[in-house]
Design a protein around this ligand. Sequence first.
Ligand SMILES: [Zn+2]
Length: 506
Amino acid sequence: MGLHLYDTRRRRVRPFEPLRPGHVGVYVCGPTVQSPPHVGHLRTALPFDLMRRWLVQSGHAVTLVQNVTDIDDKIIINADRDGTSVWELATRQTRAFDDAYRTVGILPPTIQPRATGHIPEMIALISALIGAGHAYTGAGSVWFRVGSFTDYGALSHQRPDAMLPSAESEPGKADPRDFALWKAARPGEPFWSSPWGDGRPGWHLECSAMAGKYLGPVFDIHGGGLDLVFPHHENERAQTVCAAGAGATGEMARYWMHVGLLTTGGTKMSKSLGNSVLVADALDVVRPQVLRYHLLSAHYRSTLEYTPEALGESAAAHDRVETFVRNALDILGGPGEAAALAADDGESGAGSVLRGRAARGRPGSEVVGGAAGDAEAGLTPQRAWADFAAAMDDDLAVGRALAAIFSAVGQGNQVLSKAHSRALAGWVDVTRRMLGVLGLDPHEQWPSAGAELRPALDGVMQIALDLRSAARARRDYAEADSIRSRLAAAGLIVEDTPEGQRWHLA
Ligand SMILES: [Zn+2]
C-alpha cells in the first residue's frame, strides 16, 4: 500500500508521495548543544531513523538534514557558568550528541549543518522578508510581522487573533505575537555583523535558512518533537513561505511529522524540569540495543513513560528475540549458511519473497521443513514480512511490526533444531530482515563484543572438543570431564546434544 504518514498540518494519515519519485528530503530539528543528551533526545530522534530505514528498504534515496543549534541563550548562559567559551561548550556537546545517537544505532544525518555556519544565508532570508513586507526593524533587532501572514496558525491549528500575547514586551516589537529574526547584540555575547547592526540570529530563523539551502523552499517531510509545533515550526513555516513569495505553494514541508513526549512520572523529561535521565546514566543500566528497543517500542506519536519497570519489560522482550536469532544462527552454522538455505527454499523461504520473487514462486509447493506450527497458524515467513510491511506502511505502526517479529520468533522457536533447518532458516532470515529495519538485528547491527575474534575462537574450540572426543573414545572420562570443566572455568560452556558437542559463551 505504500507508506502513509500522519501529517500534523492536515491532522490525518495521508499516503506519502515524495516530490521527486524515489527521493525523499527530510529535515529534522536537531539538538541545542547546551548540555549532555538525555533519553528524551533519543526518543525524538529515533522515529526519523526508523522512517529513514523503512524508506530506504522501500527503494527510496533519503536525504536527512539534521541541524545543530550551536548559538542560543542557554548555551551562552551555560558557557558563562562553566567559565568556558560558547564555541568550546557547543563543540563538546555536539560530540556528546553524536556519540549518543551513534551508540543507539541512529544513522548519522546526510547533512548536519550548524547554525553559526549559515549566518549569510540567514541574513539573505531576513532581507527577503523585509523586502516583501513581512519583517521590520526595531531597536537594533528584526521582527517577523505575524499579522502579514494570513495562514499563520494553520500548522498548530490556532487562530492568530485568539493567541495570547506574550507577557513580556520587548523593545522594538510592534505586535506581541511578532518574533525575532535577528537579535541586537548584548554586551559580552557573541555577535555577527549585519545590515541591521551587530547581533545574532533568532532560533526559528536558522532552520528556515538551512532547510532552504539543503532541501529547497518546499521539501517532503519536516520533523521534530511535539513541543516544537508551536511556536518553532509555525514560525519556520511562516518565514519560509513568506520568503518564497508569490507563486509558492504555501507550504514549507508537504508532511509535518511530530514525535510524542518522553515522560517520567507523567511529566515531560526535560533538563529544565530536573527530571531528565542522561543517556550515559541510562546506559549504565541497560545495553544500548535494549534502550533503542524500548524507545522504539511505543508508537512515535504516543507519549512514552520512562520507568525501570517498563525498561525491564523491554529488556526481557528484546532478549527473547536476540536469543532466538543467536541460537538459530548457531544451529544453522552461521548467517551465510542460513541465508543460503532460506534463499534456496523456494516457496516457503523468506528469501524468495524478500527478494521480490514471490510472485514467481512455485504455486502449490509444500511448506518445507514439516513445521506443523506454520500450518496451524497459517503463518509463513512471507506472511510475517507482509504483516510487518503493512504495519510499517501504516504510519510506522511499530506495535504491529513487533507483533509480526514475535510471531516469527514463536514459529522459529518451534523448529529450533538441525532437523528443521530449512524452516528454521526461513524464520531466522525473515526475523533478521524485520529487525534490520528497526536497527535491531543482533548479528549484523549489534554483534557481541569481540565478534571479530569468533572465527579464531571457533578454531581453538574445535581443537579442545576434538581432544575431549578422543579422551572419551579411549574411555578416559576423567580427562574428558577435566577438559569440560577447565573450559567452563574460562567461560566456555560445552553441551552434549544428540547432534554432538556444542559450545557457547557463559
Ligand atoms: Zn527547527
